[in-house]
Design a protein around this ligand. Structure first.
Ligand SMILES: Nc1nc2c(ncn2[C@@H]2O[C@H](COP(=O)(O)OP(=O)(O)O)[C@@H](O)[C@H]2O)c(=O)[nH]1
Ligand SMILES: [Mg+2]
Length: 366
């Protein structure tokens, strides 16, 4: 494999993963102080509101984005303002215009209308806003700072029947003077309900952007592995002579890049190449392609003897699936043990190496 160009493969894999990652757009409306920014930071990756970049899109709404996270939040302010009706009409026009776009990554996919539980009232402003939005986008009612329902959720349901659901959330942990503690609640319900409302094509982006439910990410990651397995099998449908086997490597690297984005971790070409070299590479240099393939073949019992022969669809599929599952296991373990801190590149490489070694020994012994 003298023409094995890892740099080029990684560049292509990176671009492909970015394309497949997609983008999700969520509108969040409600009076000032109901807890919109707090909710966004509790649900989405990367301390989103505080460190994201905002730009106004209508007089009352700004779009917040953050590098590396496939999410735009449309944050509306001033639902309580006297001139809100005007702002409201501009917002409606903005959403309607976006809806016309042929590029679905620009559509608003979902709206959350937030009402604070302690206000215990639904006013005309909320009612009018919901009426304006529901023609274009599914609207979820979110009761914020939930502590004591006292029938309020049902009231919201009754007054705003077009909401897809009304979900009570508490974004922050609260500790009272007497030591009584209220833990956050409802964020999981909100995320799971929202995931169902987001159009299929944007669910990967939603799973990547949220940080509440690790299982949503895992499910999406398994789908990415299944797709890559089919692709690898297709490439090896006519068995590939071992000397050319590196032609399947781009599939696995693209898969790895895709899984990384689904878990909400930043992907760079440097990260990908150090990951591939440290987990699969070994020798490096001119033999890197062949080394990677022979290391991958360790995932298949007895495959050492393939060396003189060829790699068929089944083998290519098994290698791809095993590698993908090892990477998912590595990220799952890292992220479920971490207390919110993003793992370093080195921690990821080490966890991946461990899971890869485990996969090899399981297959040997099992
Ligand atoms: N106790 C409690 N306070 C909250 C909660 N969510 C937000 N807050 C507080 O409410 C205030 C307003 O929140 P913020 O997110 O800035 O509201 P926004 O104006 O709608 O973006 C802040 O002091 C938050 O700390 C919650 O779930 N529980
Ligand atoms: Mg705010």
């Amino acid at each position: 494999m003298s023409n094995f160009d890892l740099h080029k493969i990684i560049q292509d894999a990176y671009n492909q993963a970015m394309k497949e990652r997609g983008h999700v757009n969520i509108l969040i409306a409600g009076r000032s102080g109901v807890g919109k920014s707090t909710l966004i930071n509790s649900v989405f990756e990367g301390d989103f509101v505080r460190t994201g970049v905002g730009r106004p899109v209508t007089p009352g709404t700004r779009e917040i984005k953050k590098e590396g996270i496939p999410l735009s939040i449309f944050d509306t302010r001033g639902l309580e303002m006297a001139n809100f009706k005007e702002t409201d009409d501009q917002l409606r026009k903005f959403i309607a215009d976006r809806r016309q776009s042929l590029d679905p990554t620009t559509h608003i996919h979902l709206a959350w209308v937030c009402i604070a539980e302690d206000l215990r009232r639904v006013e005309d402003a909320e009612h009018d806003l919901v009426e304006k939005l529901v023609d274009f986008v599914p609207v979820v009612g979110v009761i914020t700072k939930a502590r004591a329902d006292q029938g309020f959720r049902q009231t919201v349901h009754d007054l705003l029947p077009k909401l897809t659901n009304v979900i009570r959330v508490r974004a922050l942990r609260e500790e009272f003077d007497d030591g009584h503690v209220l833990e956050p609640r409802g964020l999981n319900d909100l995320v799971q309900h929202s995931m169902q409302l987001v159009p299929e094509a944007h669910r990967r982006a939603f799973a990547a952007a949220q940080k509440v439910d690790l299982d949503l990410k895992t499910t999406q990651a398994h789908q990415a592995v299944a797709a890559a397995t089919v692709t690898a099998g297709g490439i090896a449908a006519a068995p590939i002579p071992f000397a050319d086997a590196a032609v399947i490597i781009p599939v696995q690297i693209t898969m790895i890049a895709g899984i990384t984005t689904i878990f909400g971790l930043p992907v760079t070409e440097g990260f990908l190449s150090s990951l591939v070299v440290s987990v699969l590479g070994g020798a490096g240099g001119a033999f890197l392609g062949r080394t990677i393939v022979s290391n991958l073949l360790k995932l298949i019992p007895g495959a050492g003897s393939v060396a003189g022969g060829a790699i068929g669809a089944a083998t290519a599929g098994v290698i791809t699936a095993a590698l993908g599952e090892a990477y998912i296991a590595a990220l799952y373990t890292l992220l479920s043990n971490s207390s919110g801190a993003t793992p370093t590149d080195q921690e990821i490489a080490e966890a991946f190496k461990r899971e890869f070694a485990k996969a090899i020994s399981l297959r040997r012994n099992g």
